[in-house]
Design a protein. Sequence first.
Lengths: 167, 287
Amino acid sequence: MKKQITVTINGTPHTVEVEPRMLLVHLIREKLSMTGTHIGCDTSSCGACTILINGKSAKSCTILAVQADGKEVTTVEGLATAEGLHPIQEGFKENHGLHCGFCTPGMMLRAVELLEKNPTPSEEEIRWGIAGNLCRCTGYNNIVKAIQYASAKMQGNELPSTEPEFV
Amino acid sequence: MIPEQFGYSAPSSLGEALSLLQEHGEDAKVLAGGHSLIPMMKLRFAAPTHLVDINNVPGMSYINEEDGKLKIGALAREVDLEDSELIRSKFPIFIDASKLIADPQVRNFGTVGGNIAHGDAANDHPAVMLALNAEVEITGPEGKRTVPIDEFFYGFYMTAVQQGEILTEISIPLPEGKFGCAYHKLERKVGDYATAGVAVALTVDESGTCTSAGIGLTNVNPVPLRASRSEEALVGSKLTDEDIARAAQFAAEDCSPSDDLRGDEDYKRHVVKVLTKRMIKKAIDRI
Ligand SMILES: Cc1cc2nc3c(=O)[nH]c(=O)nc-3n(C[C@H](O)[C@H](O)[C@H](O)COP(=O)(O)OP(=O)(O)OC[C@H]3O[C@@H](n4cnc5c(N)ncnc54)[C@H](O)[C@@H]3O)c2cc1C
Ligand code: FES
Ligand code: FES
């Protein structure tokens, strides 16, 4: 029953044998021990398991590992480079875009695709863009600011204020 | 949650996919976007013994205009609709619907073909397809056949797609003359299925008389429902407030919603009435 597949994760190809029923999130977390990708709801609703497959944001709890055969996957572990944090990581750090951090990897990967397709999104576009990611802590305002910060940074524009907002 | 065991193949041609379905028989299923099927398998509401993943079959994701029709390949994703200039300019009803389907991650995967092949009256594309008088192309071991959308939905999770067949294309006649269309659903929160949804497509002649009307309803009937009396109330009319109100009233009377967490029957009928009125007006505004 097992299938041999090759999935490239953050640039490294992994050839593994999996049962067809293994979910991609389980391959990443349990077989390959990259635990940055989280499981929140396990019912396709919360977005904590969001990764990129060939650049597209996807809920890895709703995709089979065999479906990722031959594909390029990016997880949160793949965001930072030798030069330092990815602009989206910096945005979350500078703007208090996280409290417990459970939703954060999924939020950031979703934001990466959002900014790839729409480099200068409006606040409304950001809020619609992260509609599939739930956060139980922050109230979202600082997440929106984090994404605006990353957008400015990636465009080389003046960075928005990171003063905390009390509402 | 982990699905029951199953076998898996990812063929690279339609012919191969059809033979695999044939070979694995009754409990084999097509896997498209997987965003209805995999959740059901995880909950073990579905337990196919073999999945035929059609995502590697090339040339099934197109959205184009051909022979006076809008043609949508079965593997076109929600996100492809949103990104299509053709859809944006001529069929904004698909943008209305797609924007309200789940969230961006789900829309990156869910296919238009899967959305209707799933045969769930809670999904949003069935009502849109009814309003637009779509035709569905189904390919089986014996070749292709075309089924009008009114003969497509049989019952709960049952459609005209038979065991061993693959839905390959949806085609929609390009409207003649002045045309407007709109869809909206009431949802409790982003990503929820519809409490009720209404799709409207209208054409009018030079004098402003309605020459054709298509109205489809989401999640207020065991199968996706065409609001026929409402359509009849509009055709030949000047689309006066009175005629629109009458059409909306008929839609509310002719559906059969069930009581559930999203609301009771009376409430849902009321939602249908309000949305039908609004969507007719929105379609008129877009003409
Ligand atoms: C969190 C969440 C929220 C959602 N909210 C909504 C919503 O608000 N509105 C909505 O409309 N949908 C919603 N969906 C469903 C989503 O749009 C699905 O993607 C869609 O219903 C099915 O498309 P799919 O390509 O994923 O099909 P799959 O899950 O791959 O398949 C569904 C069924 O159709 C069959 N099938 C698929 N394609 C074919 C084909 N070409 N030929 C023959 N059989 C085929 C499969 O065998 C299976 O039985 C939601 C899904 C999730 C996970
Ligand atoms: S764990 Fe995948 S969406 Fe919640
Ligand atoms: S920071 Fe805790 S869930 Fe978002």
